[in-house]
Design a binder for this molecule. Structure first.
Ligand code: PLP
Length: 393
């Protein structure tokens, strides 16, 4: 018996860049003390009051099938939040609750693409993007952002691929680079989308992690609300990764499509999780800032350490819980450096190559361990790079 190709082809084949991560996990299982700077998960857990509200909701009986597009109160809260932050009038009819941002990404592409349609995305990219697009039966096409542009994508690099394509997926604040797209970048992207009639899928799951400047949602740009699907999530903003709660904000007909898809796939999100998500959102911006604060602080620590040396380059990260570092002066690839760092110093980082070829020669550092361990790891990383670069000369 043969299992489906549909699932096997989600993976691109060959190295998927997760070897360093898997090796680190194996070393930890065998008792080695590894400093884990790989995946984007907070070092804190979901706040106790949010869990207490989840418990209250479950004990109160919200354990049956929940409304498939989401409970009206949560949809209203998200619509109000989006309206307040972007100025785009948004109602519950524009909001679909999903089991996390990943599910929202998949559902968004299912809602706008047909089999074999070309779906564009930007390299470097969040690791699941190409598989998500293949899962939606699309033909994924990556467009490189340049390290020399601090990974702000250029509209003129996207335009040649846009003719005949159906959608473009972007992510700002960006994982893996930490780059926040400027207004100029987003306006260029919006123009390409309008000119070539592309759907824009805007992954904004890091919108509360802004260290410099401001987050701009491209849905707020002129003529974009009718062609943009915004992916949101409580995973990063409220430290609720395990609760699997996210959303899509989109034109009403797309939401109706998504409801039909969810009826035949997820059948919605548990009511007690949705109630806890509403409670968490009601805690307002101060609570979101509190959750983002450790990353802001560690970014400051990292910049101080990086400023005192000249081997490791830093991609200026204005947001998100990651730093993208250029280690090419060591003579190693990102993957080579990450492997050597793990073996020599038991520090695990992601090779830039796991996020596409545009990030070759880089590593991604997640700022997800306590300040002392983070500082120690960054110092060790920099002196290791220094040693390698000296040998290289
Ligand atoms: N989008 C980006 C850019 C991410 O980094 C992640 C998770 O790391 C997701 C989407 C999915 O988040 P979740 O499914 O936990 O909401």
């Amino acid at each position: 018996m043969q299992a489906s190709n549909r699932i096997s082809t989600l993976l691109s084949g060959g190295s998927d860049g997760w070897e360093v991560f898997n090796r680190a996990r194996q070393m930890m299982a065998e008792g080695t003390d590894v400093t884990e700077l790989t995946i984007g998960e907070h070092d804190i857990r979901t706040a106790a009051p949010v869990l207490q509200d989840m418990h209250r909701a479950a004990m109160g009986g919200h354990t049956g099938y929940a409304s498939i597009p989401g409970i009206p109160t949560l949809r209203d809260a998200i619509a109000a939040r989006v309206t307040a932050r972007t100025g785009v009038p948004t109602t519950r009819e524009n909001v679909m609750i999903t089991p996390g941002g990943q599910s929202a990404l998949f559902a968004s592409h299912m809602a706008v693409l047909d089999h074999g349609d070309t779906a564009l995305y930007i390299d470097p990219y969040y690791a699941t993007y190409p598989g998500t697009l293949r899962g939606a039966s699309a033909k994924p096409v990556a467009i490189k952002a340049r390290a020399s542009d601090a990974f702000q994508p250029r509209a003129q690099d996207i335009a040649p691929y846009a003719a005949g394509a159906k959608s473009l997926l972007i992510n700002s604040p960006n994982n893996p680079t930490g780059v926040v797209y400027s207004r100029e970048t987003l306006e260029g992207i919006a123009d390409v989308c309008k000119e070539h009639d592309l759907w824009l899928i805007s992954d904004e799951v890091y919108d509360t992690q802004i260290w410099e400047g401001a987050h701009i949602s491209p849905r707020a740009l002129e003529g974009m609300a009718e062609r943009t699907l915004v992916v949101g999530s409580m995973s990063k903003s409220h430290a609720m990764t395990g609760s699997r709660i996210g959303w899509v904000v989109a034109p009403e007909p797309i939401i109706e499509h998504l409801v039909n898809l969810a009826t035949h796939t997820t059948y919605g999100v548990p009511g007690f999780i949705q109630e806890a998500a509403l409670f968490a959102l009601e805690q307002g911006e101060a609570f979101e800032a509190e959750i983002a604060e450790p990353f802001r602080r560690r970014r400051g620590l990292a910049y101080d350490i990086l400023a005192a040396q000249n081997v490791v380059g830093v991609v200026p990260n204005a947001g998100a819980m990651y730093m993208m570092l250029d280690v090419s002066a060591t003579g190693l690839s990102g993957e080579g450096f990450a492997n050597a760092l793990l073996d020599t110093h038991q520090i695990a980082v992601m090779p830039g190559e796991s996020f596409g070829s545009a990030a070759a020669g880089h590593i991604r550092v997640a700022m997800t361990v306590d300040d002392t361990a983070f500082e120690a790891a960054l110092n060790a990383l920099c002196s290791f790079a220094q040693t390698l670069a000296t040998k290289e000369k």
